[in-house]
Design a protein. Sequence first.
Length: 103
Amino acid sequence: MPKRILTGTVVSDKGDKTIVVNVERKVKHPLYGKIMRRSKKYHAHDENNEMSTGETVRIEETKPISKLKTWKVLERVGAAAAPATPKVSEVTAEDEGEVKAES
C-alpha cells in the first residue's frame, strides 16, 4: 500500500524533533453543495529540527514513532512568510498640540 503524502503549514516547532503540521482540505457539503474548509493537525518527525513555524512542508505517513507521531517530514515546500511589521508614524510635539487644541 502506498504511503500518503500531505502538504501543510507548520504551526508549532516547540517539541524536540517534532513539529505540528496543519493540513487543510476542501470538501463539498453533501446536501447544500457549499465548499467548506476542513483542517487537521498532524505531529511529524523532524530529525534535525530544521523546520520552523510558518513554513510549508510535505509530510509522509510512516510506522508509529511515538504515541502521536506517525508522520515524518519529507521536504520544505515554502519558506515562512515574513511577519508584518506595523508602521509607526512619528508624532511631533506640534502635532500633539494641534490635537489637544481641537478637542
